[in-house]
Ligand binder design. Structure first.
Ligand SMILES: CC(C)(COP(=O)(O)OP(=O)(O)OC[C@H]1O[C@@H](n2cnc3c(N)ncnc32)[C@H](O)[C@@H]1OP(=O)(O)O)[C@@H](O)C(=O)NCCC(=O)NCCS
Length: 177
């Protein structure tokens, strides 16, 4: 699988295939990976998410892309852009997001992928603004936002986290081109 949409020194970002569902489902069933989300995902929920991300790509020409390590062709998670329409003072807006399997943390992969996505969003997609949202306690994710040049613009109570108040409020970071 070499049809990358975005390429970095170590990573290839591409649209999703059915083969990604099994490793992605394993990752989304990991309580460490999902600690800042209301729950882990079942296999079917992950398959539905992959379908949603593929549909988003077909409609908008971008998505949260599947990431592979180029050298080994190993799937490690996702990074990319998604149109968010949930109810908040900061939406509708395109966000940038990331989720990696635990063995891929601490190697600079998220920041490497996110920097390339930001560049692609500006130069190839012509986007003017991107936001990023995380629970205020999700320090690793907020660190990525800061390292790719985003600036904090506010915080809000995320409607998807109403039943998990410990994860609210969420912080919002933004970059404008
Ligand atoms: C958020 C998440 C993607 C961050 O991953 P990460 O691996 O910590 O992020 P980075 O890619 O920035 O790498 C971090 C560390 O790798 C280290 N590193 C090792 N080799 C490196 C290299 N070659 N280049 C750069 N950094 C390297 C750095 O020390 C860096 O830490 P520092 O910023 O303190 O110096 C990860 O924690 C995750 O998937 N979490 C679960 C899902 C989630 O919460 N997603 C976000 C929801 S809002």
């Amino acid at each position: 699988m070499r049809d990358y949409i975005i390429e970095t020194e170590r990573l290839g970002l591409r649209n999703w295939t059915q083969k990604d569902i099994a490793p992605f489902a394993e990752m989304c069933a990991d309580t460490a990976v999902m600690q800042y989300f209301p729950s882990t995902l079942s296999h079917d929920e992950t398959a539905n998410l992959v379908k949603r991300l593929q549909d988003h790509y077909n409609q908008k020409n971008y998505t949260y892309y599947a990431i592979t390590i180029k050298e080994t062709d190993t799937f490690i998670g996702f990074c990319g852009m998604l149109m968010q329409t949930y109810d908040s003072p900061f939406t509708p807006n395109v966000d940038i997001g990331w989720r990696l399997k635990k063995v891929a943390w601490g190697k600079g992969y998220a920041t490497e992928a996110a920097k390339a996505c930001i560049k692609f969003a500006q130069k190839e997609l012509g986007l003017k603004t991107i936001i990023s949202v995380a629970s205020q306690t999700n320090v690793p994710s907020i660190n990525v936002m800061q390292k790719i040049g985003m600036t904090k613009v506010g915080s809000f109570e995320h409607p998807a986290l109403n039943d998990t108040p410990a994860l609210n409020p969420c912080v919002v970071y933004k970059i404008c081109f």
